[in-house]
Every structure is written in C-alpha cells, then in structure tokens.
Design a protein around this ligand. Sequence first.
Ligand code: CP
Length: 354
Amino acid sequence: MNLFGKHLLTTQEWSVSEIEAVLGLADEMKKDRFSSKYTSLLLHKTFFMFFYNPSVRTRQSFECAATELGGHAQFLEPSSMRLKTSKSAGETNEDAAKVMSRYACGLGIRMLEDKVQKYGDGDAFLREYCQYGAIPVLSMAHDKYHPCQGFADVQGAREHLGGISGKKLLMVWGHGALARSWCSVQESILINSRLGMNVTLAYPKGYDLDPEVIANCKKNCQAAGTKFEITNDPVECYRGADIVYSRNWMSPHAYDPVEGFQKKREVEAALKHAEWITDSKKMAVTNNALYTHPMPVDRGHEVSDEVCSGPRSIIYDVAENRLHVQKAIMALTMSKFDYKPSGKSASKKHGVAA
Ligand code: CP
C-alpha cells in the first residue's frame, strides 16, 4: 500500500485498511529501527513543521523521524513569516501553501485552542492548506484532532494487551491547572471505537465534547457492535475498564466571541472538581487496566503520581510510539514506498472493515 500525497487531519477520514497500514509499518519500523529499508526513504527531502504552539514530543519526534528516514524536518515559526491574520495584513494562506509546496515534501501544522478565535478555526486553517498546497498536510495537533497521538495510543495499547477489539476504554476527564483542547481525547475515542473498542466517556456535567465527534463515535461503535456510553459518575465509570486514559479538557463555553479563549476562567472552573482524578482506589475496580495519557501530564490533578508512574502505566511507551507512527505516516504519504505487511506485526488485526 502507498498513500502518496494523502493528507492526515484525523484518522476518521482514513479507511481502516489505511490505518492498519500505518500501524503495521510502525510496528516493523520499531523492531528494525535503522534498517536500510527505511533510512533513505526521504533522502534529501524536507518536511516543514509549522508550530503555532509549543511542544516537547511532537517537535522532537518529527525531527527524529525525518532524520531516520534520511530527510530533514525544518521548524517554522509563524511569527517570523509575515502571514496575514484576522488582526494584521500579510501573505495569504493560499500563497504561503503554494510556495511551501515548491520546496518541501510535506507540511505539519500545530494550532491549538489559544491560537484560534473559536473552536473549529484551527481545523479550517489546516483544510485551507490542504486545498491550496500540493503536498500532504499532517495535523501535528490542532483544535479538533491529534491523529499522530491517536495512532501512538493504539500502537501502545496493542503492544500491552495483544488486541483491543472488545476491550473497554475509559476516557475520563481530569481536573487541572491546564485548560486543554479537545484534540487528543477526540482523536482517541474516534480511532479506538473505529478499531472495535467499547468506549466509556466520563466527565462532569458541562464538559461535553464536539457533537459531530460524538456522533461519529456512536456510528463507529454501532458498526463494530460495541458499546458507547457517556456518564457523569467519577467513580463507577472505572468498573471493568481495560485502559484508563485521563485528561483535562476545556468546556464548550471556553471561547468568548470577542476575546477568544478564556484560559483563566476555564482553569478556575476545572479546579473546583477535585474528585475527578485517576488514583489507585479507582483503578482497583478496573480489569487491571493500563493507564495512558498523551502527555504532558498534570500530575496530582489528572492522575496521582502512584498511578502515572506505576507498573500499569504505558505513558512512555506511547510517547516513544509517536516516533514510529510518524515515520510510517511520512514514508507512506511522502515517498513512493510500497508497504506490504510482513504478517509478523505486533498489531493484532481486529479492525472493523470500513
Ligand atoms: N502529546 C503531545 O502532542 O505532546 P507535545 O505537546 O509535547 O507535542
């Protein structure tokens, strides 16, 4: 399989066989990291990384991924490019996308909650680059989705559980001192429901996610014959979970029509829900669940240190997997590499045909 030129804004827009190709290749690349099969796939090619927000994992893992494929990842700071914004004159997205396409083999963009006027603007921004550019656009986390994180989550869960189909994912809100975007949690419930997991989404009243994403999760579960449920109970939701993923996320009222993202207000409101923390007592009623989180972790709020650094935590494996899945995505979308699964992949093929 080859996906040359394909954009990646969310895994929901890819077929299950395309998702499985990334996961299978990522497993093979992880096992044989510096094999000559892979080290020249992006030889002399450049991947642009357009960061509106800071990052530890995404920037470092993409830079390493490009190096390990023989290419180069170039960090771009929007503030140094005279781009047009709603508040200032400058170069349009159309012109910038067309010019960047003349230089690079791919373009990654990160645009999170505080860099948009309202929810959905980041997604629209990435889609404009897809429309005008001639190279694949990858989301490096935007206000709606974080597809690379979703792939890494699944790779990590399969490595530890052997297969995820029919297992229960608990996606649980955590109180916290950071007001986080919806991108990681929305991507995770989408890809995991797509690949056959039962999904329980738990949060205090007032923290609903994007209704379009919820509708898609329901459809995914319906197609897979699995269960999707939403609860506001911070304790019972843990019962029988195979994977617990805790994360703070903003409320749907986080944006003021004039002032934009209201971080201070969101943090103050979130900190009132101290019972929403993943701790050992709650983990005790799970099915000896794995603990995962996309990081950076807000320890002591989203999760206790004991759970986060405990024997069932897979947070560092998942963080490492960002490198392997991104190498697979870049190889498939930015080179003519024709991937043929070896059949020895660690990923279990429990996907729901779609
Ligand atoms: N999970 C994740 O995207 O981490 P960074 O924000 O550090 O890139």
